[in-house]
Design a protein around this ligand. Structure first.
Ligand code: NDP
Length: 280
C-alpha cells in the first residue's frame, strides 16, 4: 500500500476548518500564526509560502515577518518577545535553518513554550521525552499520524529510525517509544547499518540522501516512512529507493506526497490547539 499523505493531510485540514469556524462563532477567537524568515533562502521561502496558503485555507490569521540575512540576533529576539505578548498570535514559527551568525538555540528558546508550534523549544522537547505530547514537533507528529491513520500498529514493533536530528530523528524515536515500540536509532557513525534496517518492522528514514535505502536493506513486509526530500536534476526524491523498496514493503510513503504535506497540516493543528489552550 502506498500511503497518500496528501489525502490524509487534506482530511486533517477539513477538520481544522470546522474547528476554526467553531472557535470564531462560539468564542470570537481566530487562531493566529506568525512566521519569521531570515535571509532569502529559496527553499525556506517556498516552505513559508506553503504555511501561508494553509492558514488562508483554514481561516487562521497569518503574519509574515522577514529580516535580511545579516540581521542582528537581538532584533530577531526582540520581535519574538513582542509576538509572545501579542494576543492575536498563538503560534510563532522561526523558519530554519537560520544564517550561521545567529545562535539557533537562543532564538528558539526566546519563543514562549505555549506559542512554540514547531515543538522545538527545549521545554517542549523535554516534555515529549517525558511522554507529554501536548506540543509535538510537526514532522514527527505527521509521521505518527500517517502510521495511525493507516492502521499500522506500533506497540511491540521494532521501529528503526535512521537519522538523529533534533527536528526529526530524535523526536520521532521518542514518540514511537511513547507508543511502546522497541526503538533503534541509527546515524552516520552506525556500523553495518543494514543489520538494523533489515530488522525493522517500521523503518523511518530521515537522512537527506537520495535513494539511500535499497531493497537489500529491508525485510519483506516492512512499513517504510520516507522523510527525505532531495532535489536531483530538478526532481524530488526521498531517502528510499521507492520503486524497488515498494516491492518488498507492506506500506510505504512516496516523495513527494507522503510526509511533506503532513508537516504543514500538523503545524496548523498545533496552532489551533495553542489557540484553544489560550482560551483556557
Ligand atoms: P539533518 O542533516 O539534520 O540530519 C541527518 C541525519 O542523518 C543525521 O543524524 C546524520 O547522522 C544521519 N545520516 C546522514 N548520512 C547518513 C548515513 N549515510 N547513514 C546513516 N545516517 C546518516 O537532516 P534532517 O533530519 O533535518 O532532515 C533529513 C531529511 O528529511 C532531509 O532530506 C530533509 O530535507 C528532510 N525533511 C523533510 C521534512 C518533511 O516535511 N518531509 C521535514 C524535515 C526534514 P549524524 O547525526 O551522525 O550526522
Amino acid at each position: 500500500m502506498i500511503i497518500d499523505g496528501t489525502q490524509i493531510a487534506a482530511g486533517i485540514q477539513e477538520e481544522l476548518i470546522h474547528e476554526v469556524k467553531q472557535l470564531k462563532d462560539k468564542h470570537h477567537l481566530t487562531p493566529g500564526l506568525a512566521t519569521i524568515l531570515v535571509g532569502d533562502d529559496p527553499a525556506s521561502r517556498i516552505y513559508v509560502s506553503m504555511k501561508k496558503k494553509a492558514c488562508e485555507k483554514i481561516g487562521i490569521h497569518y503574519e509574515e515577518h522577514t529580516f535580511p540575512g545579516d540581521v542582528k540576533e537581538e532584533n530577531v529576539i526582540r520581535l519574538i518577545q513582542k509576538l509572545n505578548q501579542d494576543e492575536k498570535i498563538h503560534g510563532i514559527l522561526v523558519q530554519l535553518p537560520l544564517p550561521s551568525h545567529l545562535n539557533e538555540p537562543s532564538v528558539l528558546c526566546s519563543i514562549a513554550p505555549e506559542k512554540d508550534v514547531d515543538g522545538f523549544h527545549p521545554a517542549n522537547m523535554g516534555r515529549l521525552l517525558a511522554g507529554d505530547e501536548s506540543t509535538p514537533p510537526c514532522t514527527p507528529s505527521g509521521i505518527i499520524t500517517l502510521l495511525e491513520k493507516t492502521g499500522i500498529k506500533i506497540a511491540g514493533k521494532h521501529a528503526v529510525v535512521v537519522g538523529r536530528s533534533n527536528i526529526v530523528g530524535k523526536p520521532v524515536a521518542a514518540m514511537l517509544l511513547n507508543r511502546d515500540a522497541t526503538v533503534t536509532i541509527c546515524h552516520s557513525k552506525t556500523k553495518d547499518l543494514e543489520r538494523y534496517t533489515g530488522q525493522a518492522d517500521i523503518l523511518v528514514v530521515a537522512i537527506g540522501r537520495a535513494k539511500f535505502i535499497t531493497e537489500e536493506m529491508v525485510k519483506d513486509g516492512v512499513a517504510v516512512i520516507d522523510v527525505g526530500i532531495n532535489r536531483v536534476g530538478g526532481k524530488l526524491y526521498g531517502d528510499v529507493d521507492f520503486e524497488r523498496v515498494k516491492e518488498k514493503a507492506s506500506t510505504i510513503t512516496p516523495v513527494p506526497g507522503g510526509v511533506g504535506p503532513m508537516t504543514v497540516a500538523m503545524l496548523m493543528k498545533n496552532t489551533v490547539t495553542a489557540a484553544k489552550n489560550a482560551l483556557k
